[in-house]
Design a protein around this ligand. Structure first.
Ligand SMILES: NC(=O)c1ccc[n+]([C@@H]2O[C@H](COP(=O)([O-])OP(=O)(O)OC[C@H]3O[C@@H](n4cnc5c(N)ncnc54)[C@H](O)[C@@H]3O)[C@@H](O)[C@H]2O)c1
Length: 403
């Protein structure tokens, strides 16, 4: 990438699920923004006025005249007062460690544009010490020293897919800054649109804190999943037991499920384990329990239809969680693949993800031997609550599993 000389207030590097809403909100609130990405197809779509985020309120910000006047898209990193980096930091699937190649490339691409007093904020999720040990040395190849000539901060993103417009404004944010000037400059940028509190800390605490949040969710989901497996052995209802246990004033068990998907919860705990493998027995065990859940659920489905010769099974829901259209890293798809490998005949439907032609559970149940609801989208929850008898009578045998 070469340097674009037209300067701006903020350059947002990486215009994906996280970076684009940030760029849009900054531009909508008066900052002069350049959105930078290496994906030319994405840039062409954005320039053509196509908003890739499937949320009406974000689309409204995208088309607002102020946003359009303040935001331009480029494949070149401009000279800018500040940079916000929001590129992918996936998990290396086999080694279970962070793959920082996109982040390293994005940080290197900023270096030629860096000028004295520039601020670099990393929103990507990163392992502890990444700012200090990986990003700071790259930025300092510019000849500018972090903390003296340029500023560095980590402001991890907590957005919840499906509720971006609300959360980007109302969530509290943590700003792990290299010094108090970096905190003040970062705060000034986020204060343009964030109504939540902005808390100051150091870079490693911010890195650790983000990972802790998703690890907390993962470990507690694993506990619920383990209790569900015990309940199955006991022949009792885990749901009923959890409802009763949660009446204890200091107990708040999560619900068991079919596994954990998405780009954050199954990945982030490994970033802690990567820097402290000796100390993370609980975290890695929880990860493995949740990873095993699709196999556990597939076994439960196999058992439920074991008496039926060559059953035709309706499967509802393939997204990684309810009420989003994202099927990446979805445990539901993994279950589908496991059953298909066994040779089961499946009819798959997910109206939220536009998969299959059936829009309702009743339609999907008609003429099938069993129905499995893997992802309880709101439409399915409502139908199960209001039309359970009709669903069961549409099935050839009354086998209805809902997770
Ligand atoms: N998606 C979420 O819900 C979520 C929530 C919190 C945090 N995060 C974290 O935020 C970061 C970004 O995630 P995302 O979901 O927005 O990713 P994404 O895949 O949706 O988008 C990333 C964008 O970065 C671009 N990119 C890659 N390399 C680049 C480079 N060198 N220069 C410029 N652009 C480059 C890609 O083309 C892509 O458009 C990750 O670290 C992720 O873990 C994501």
């Amino acid at each position: 990438m070469k340097v674009d000389d037209a300067s701006c207030d903020v350059a947002v590097v990486g215009l994906g699920f996280v970076g684009l809403p940030v760029a849009l909100m900054l531009a909508r609130h008066g900052k002069r923004v350049v959105g930078v990405d290496i994906d030319e197809t994405l840039l062409a779509r954005l320039r053509a006025g196509e908003c890739p985020i499937d949320e009406a309120e974000i689309a409204d910000v995208f088309t607002h005249a102020t946003t359009k006047a303040n935001l331009r898209y480029s494949n070149q990193v401009p000279v800018s007062d500040a940079y916000i980096v929001a590129v992918p930091t996936p998990l290396h699937a086999r080694k279970k460690v962070s793959d920082l190649s996109a982040l390293v490339a994005a940080t290197k691409s900023i270096v030629p544009a860096l000028r004295k007093n520039a601020l670099v904020i990393v929103e990507s999720t990163i392992p502890p010490m990444c700012c200090e040990e990986t990003l700071k040395p790259i930025l300092e190849t510019s000849g500018l020293a972090v903390g003296h000539d340029i500023l560095l901060a980590h402001c991890p993103e907590r957005l919840y897919p499906g509720n971006v417009a609300h959360e980007i404004v109302h969530n509290d944010r943590i700003i792990g800054a290299c010094n108090s000037i970096a905190f003040e400059r970062s705060s000034e940028i986020y204060a343009a649109f964030v109504k939540g509190n902005l808390s100051q800390t150091d870079m490693v605490t911010a890195e650790f804190c983000k990972l802790m949040e998703n690890t907390y969710r993962d470990v507690n989901i694993a506990l619920a999943n383990e209790l569900a497996m015990v309940a199955e052995r006991l022949g009792t209802s885990v749901e009923a037991a959890i409802d009763l246990a949660n009446k204890h004033p200091r107990v708040s068990l999560l619900r068991p499920g079919i596994g954990v998907g998405g780009h954050c919860i199954p990945i982030d705990p490994w970033f802690i384990a990567e820097v402290a493998p000796e100390e993370t027995e609980l975290i890695t065990t929880a990860r493995r329990i949740n990873d095993r859940m699709p196999h556990v659920i597939a076994t439960r489905i196999r058992r439920a239809v074991a008496e039926l010769p060559d059953p035709l099974i309706g499967v509802f829901g393939v997204t990684y969680k309810p009420d989003v259209n994202d099927v990446r890293e979805s445990p539901a798809w993994e279950i589908v693949h496991l059953l298909e490998q066994d040779g089961y005949r499946l009819e798959i439907a997910d109206p939220v993800a536009n998969v299959g032609s059936h829009k309702t559970l009743r339609e999907l149940a008609r003429g099938r031997d069993a129905l499995v609801v893997l992802v309880p989208h709101r439409v399915a929850r409502e139908e199960l609550a209001n039309h359970r008898a009709e669903i069961l009578s549409a099935l050839r045998s009354p086998i209805l599993l809902s997770f």
